[in-house]
Design a protein around this ligand. Structure first.
Ligand SMILES: C[S@@+](CC[C@H](N)C(=O)[O-])C[C@H]1O[C@@H](n2cnc3c(N)ncnc32)[C@H](O)[C@@H]1O
Length: 195
């Protein structure tokens, strides 16, 4: 992330927006349960909010500096920080009761890598568990914020069919002024007939 972007995501204004705008949306969409996965916490203002709503939070961050700072800041809390790419989570299949991925996917350099992250999230979610996420529109304002940074925007219109192809169900996309939010579930486990 470039310096200005990082400053924004560490600012009191961002914390207020998350608390007043993003959190009510998440709570209206899904109960993420007691064992939650967060992809791409960055400076961790999203982590600060998520961790008050669950017993255990696992945050996976690719940037070693950001991951180390977050691990130090939240040492001794209910948060475990893992430094790695979410393209290969190395976490148990069907473990998590919910997952969150706020503002991350446009930082992932190719659609194939982005799909690998969605597939990994799907793999580690319990059947029926929800993924909630947000991402930025492809517009001049967002492009300016990503100068000297990776910016491979998601097409919000194509996202439902993309997530469905990867195996998600119950998919929704909601449009906001500056970003869009999405939610999807891992399909519930089917009970074989006669059991
Ligand atoms: C724009 S920040 C979002 C931070 C926070 N979620 C928020 O909304 O305030 C995106 C974060 O995703 C991380 N990230 C990018 N690619 C990743 C990957 N493949 N695996 C894990 N984290 C990744 C970046 O390092 C960065 O910290």
């Amino acid at each position: 992330m470039n310096k200005r972007h990082l400053e924004t995501l560490s600012s009191p204004g961002w914390a207020t927006m998350l608390r007043q705008n993003l959190l009510p949306w998440v709570e209206s969409i899904a109960d993420l349960g007691d064992d939650v996965l967060e992809i791409g916490p960055g400076p961790g203002l999203t982590t600060d909010i998520l961790r008050t709503r669950t017993a255990r939070l696992t945050a996976v961050e690719i940037d070693p500096g950001l991951a180390a700072a977050l691990a130090a800041r939240l040492a001794g809390t209910n948060v475990t920080v893992i430094t790695r790419s979410a393209e290969q989570l190395d976490l148990a299949e069907s473990r998590f009761t919910g997952a969150a991925c706020f503002g991350v996917i446009h930082h992932v350099p190719s659609p194939a890598q982005q799909d690998r992250i969605f597939s990994e999230i799907l793999r580690v979610l319990r059947p029926g568990a929800a993924l909630v996420g947000s991402d930025g529109y492809d517009n001049e304002l967002t492009r300016q914020a990503h100068i000297d940074d990776v910016f491979v925007p998601l097409d919000a219109e194509a996202l439902p069919s993309r997530l469905a192809q990867l195996g998600f169900t119950d998919i929704r996309v909601e449009h906001g002024e500056y970003d869009f939010r999405y939610a999807a579930r891992k399909p519930p486990r089917r009970i074989p007939p006669g059991r």
